[in-house]
Design a protein around this ligand. Structure first.
Ligand SMILES: Cc1cc2nc3c(=O)[nH]c(=O)nc-3n(C[C@H](O)[C@H](O)[C@H](O)COP(=O)(O)OP(=O)(O)OC[C@H]3O[C@@H](n4cnc5c(N)ncnc54)[C@H](O)[C@@H]3O)c2cc1C
Ligand SMILES: *[C@@H]1O[C@H](CO)[C@@H](O)[C@H](O)[C@H]1NC(C)=O
Ligand SMILES: *[C@@H]1O[C@H](CO)[C@@H](O)[C@H](O)[C@H]1NC(C)=O
Ligand SMILES: *[C@@H]1O[C@H](CO)[C@@H](O)[C@H](O)[C@H]1NC(C)=O
Ligand SMILES: *[C@@H]1O[C@H](CO)[C@@H](O)[C@H](O)[C@H]1NC(C)=O
Length: 588
């Protein structure tokens, strides 16, 4: 890993030198971190407070109250609500996965604040930023950005803390927390700023503040009789105007309506110079292009976002789960699914195929939906697959193992949001140590040797085979947004993870990371030219420039240089990050 970083930065320095741009030696080479002599003193912070709507915050790890009094209501809540995404998002110091609150020292010590206070002896601050601004207004954001730039602080923008690359925390850093920027406005007719008189207008577009989460956006749209294309998580906890959008933003509705970046009309942000800009197809179009896929925390602080919405249409849900005491019949069912995946997404089906952890039984659950089609059309496109799996269940003999099938039918729902509320619990998926690996699979890879693809993918415990691309996603011009062009060829996002209990040593975590690395190599080999989804990817993706941004990297870097000339916004594996050391502290 370290070698990889070093060789990249060497290359980029050489390139910068060759094309004659001066090395940035007028800028400080290292950020100022908490504990450094340059860290602002209390008077300096007090001066900042005077410019803000609410006092400065002092984020602590989520389990912190349990180290003062395990019986206090705050600690009881920590245990009771540990895996509730919306609750975690209400805490400035919390990340959704607690491993991003911890810090592994170079010596191998894990600095953490475990929920079970008998695992660790004290509550370490870990990677949780020290102090920060709870932004309520654009002026608050401007004050925070200007302060961080003036004092050369390492700035962390945090929204909900769902991030998987550790981009919403940072040891010794200064936080800008967007969670309370909750404004929502519905426009009967929205005209983008700077649009020519004959330009397009949008009915019932929705403008949301940076801190709005999907459950809030979906509710507001539904109240206006509209549907939005957004993320899916228990409680709708993912941010609707932060990292999700800036990294691409996929949805089970994407095969029918495209990604988040395909549905955004306008984005407002504060740059590192403190300017508040409105970007769209007509104003700062280069920045609007880069913001659509170039990644969170990279170009500025987004303050609000305007999305197109759609009339509410009925959706069909197709669900099924298969289990077996042997892998062969499951493999047969999955192989057939791989074969028909592209035709499913072309028909508008989107959703998730989730493998259960390998144990005595193996299997997967299949949950996909399609909007705005007739019963006949829904049945015609999905029931042949269910019939095939049913035939496997009756023909598989005992020596092969029995295949158990549940579900295998379609149901109709009045709207996406009604289905979402019915299916999605408020808790789950979060609150455990989790790192992911991701790869986008293009049609070309799936249309090859189906059985081989199924075999390689099934080797990954807890694999999620996500039908969130193809269809409408592949109809968008790859050059029209900054998003990795690999997305426009992709049909499936394959994602899987590693997880470990609190108290696991740094060496054991490293062993898990190594195993993830080798599994990722075999999945990448299915489509080496493709890429990864940066929002759900590995923290150790070896060639993240190519994997996350593809052929758009150089253009993204140029836009960043124009709007963030001081490189205030640097995040792990983001555009420009390989010009910094691994801790993103000093330029290399
Ligand atoms: C349970 C769960 C479910 C998920 N479901 C989906 C899904 O359905 N579809 C999907 O595409 N992804 C999904 N994701 C991944 C998700 O897109 C990423 O975790 C994403 O980074 C979340 O963005 P956030 O703003 O909510 O989180 P944060 O962790 O707060 O922020 C993520 C990144 O964006 C930056 N950022 C946040 N706000 C701003 C801002 N206002 N301006 C500039 N930068 C900002 C942060 O600095 C950070 O780099 C899911 C993740 C989890 C944990
Ligand atoms: C906390 O950790 C201790 C020591 O590992 C263990 O014995 C105990 O069961 C744990 N408690 C809970 C509630 O998990
Ligand atoms: C639904 O389908 C009809 C007929 O094809 C189409 O005219 C309409 O635009 C679609 N609406 C949505 C929201 O997809
Ligand atoms: C699978 O289960 C069936 C039915 O319970 C049993 O007869 C068969 O022996 C099992 N096969 C294996 C490989 O365990
Ligand atoms: C579609 O399939 C479902 C079973 O999944 C069935 O109940 C329904 O009658 C079918 N509808 C049509 C129009 O074929």
């Amino acid at each position: 890993m370290i070698g990889m970083f070093a060789s990249f930065s060497g290359l980029s320095f050489l390139l910068a030198w060759l094309i004659g741009s001066p090395p940035a030696n007028t800028e400080p080479q290292c950020r100022c971190l908490y504990g450094d002599p340059c860290w602002p003193d209390e008077d300096t912070f007090a001066h900042l407070t005077q410019q803000l709507s609410v006092p400065l915050i002092h984020p602590r790890p989520l389990a912190h109250p349990c180290y003062t009094d395990p019986d206090c209501p705050a600690c009881v809540a920590v245990h009771a609500r540990w895996d509730e995404g919306t609750w975690r998002a209400e805490h400035s110091g919390a990340t959704q996965h607690p491993n991003f609150e911890t810090f592994i020292n170079p010596s191998g010590n894990v600095d953490a604040c475990y929920a079970n206070s008998s695992v660790g002896d004290s509550c370490g601050q870990g990677s949780v930023p020290i102090i920060g601004v709870e932004a309520r207004t654009v002026a608050d954001v401007q004050a925070a950005v200007t302060f961080a730039a003036e004092h050369n602080l390492k700035l962390v923008i945090k929204n909900t803390g769902h991030d998987f690359l550790g981009r919403s925390s940072g040891r010794g850093s200064f936080m800008l927390w967007t969670h309370h920027m909750k404004d929502i406005a519905v426009h009967e007719k929205f005209v983008p700023l700077g649009s020519p008189p004959e330009g397009e207008s949008y009915e019932f577009a929705l403008t949301i503040g940076a801190g709005v989460q999907w459950h809030e956006a979906y509710t507001a749209a539904d109240n206006s009789g509209r549907m939005m294309i957004g993320g899916i998580s228990p409680g709708g906890s993912v941010g609707a105007a932060g990292g999700w959008l800036l990294g691409g933003g996929h949805s089970a509705l994407s095969p029918s309506y495209g990604l988040g970046v395909d549905n955004v009309i306008q984005i407002s942000l504060v740059t590192s110079m403190g300017d508040h800009l409105t970007t769209n197809a007509y104003s700062h179009a280069d920045l609007f292009w880069a913001l659509r896929g170039g990644g969170g925390g990279t170009f500025g602080v987004v303050t609000s976002v305007t999305y197109r919405t759609y009339p509410i249409v009925p959706v069909f849900l197709a669900s099924m789960s298969v289990t077996s005491n042997r892998s062969e019949p499951v493999k047969a069912a999955f192989t057939e699914l791989v074969r028909i995946t592209t035709s499913l997404t072309d028909s508008g089906w989107g959703g998730y195929v989730q493998f259960s952890p390998v144990g005595d039984t193996c299997g997967f659950s299949f949950g996909t939906l399609v909007p705005n089609v007739s019963w006949e059309e829904a049945n015609r496109t999905i029931l042949p697959y269910f019939d095939y799996v049913k035939s496997l269940a009756t023909t598989s003999n005992l020596a092969q193992g029995t295949l158990k099938l549940e579900g295998g039918f379609t149901t109709q729902w009045p709207s996406f949001w009604s289905l979402y509320k019915h299916l999605m619990p408020n808790t789950g998926q979060v609150g455990r140590n989790l790192e992911l690996g991701s790869w986008l699979l293009p049609q070309k890879a799936l249309d090859g040797d189906y059985e081989h693809v199924a075999n390689v993918l099934m080797e990954n415990q807890g694999l999620s085979y996500e039908l969130i691309a193809g269809g409408a996603v592949s109809k968008v011009d790859p050059l029209s947004t900054g998003l990795n062009p690999a997305w426009r060829k992709a049909v499936v996002h394959a994602v899987f993870g590693i997880t470990w209990p609190d108290g696991t040593s740094a060496e054991d975590i490293q062993r898990l990371r190594d195993s993830m690395g080798s599994r990722l190599r075999s999945v990448r080999a299915l489509a080496p030219e493709s890429g990864a989804y940066l929002n759900e990817a590995s923290m150790f993706e070896p060639d993240s420039r190519h994997a996350f941004f593809g052929e758009h990297y150089d253009q993204l870097r140029a836009v960043k240089r124009k709007y963030d000339p001081i490189d205030l916004f640097v995040v792990a594996e983001g555009v420009g990050a390989d010009e910094w050391d691994e801790e993103l502290r000093c330029r290399v």
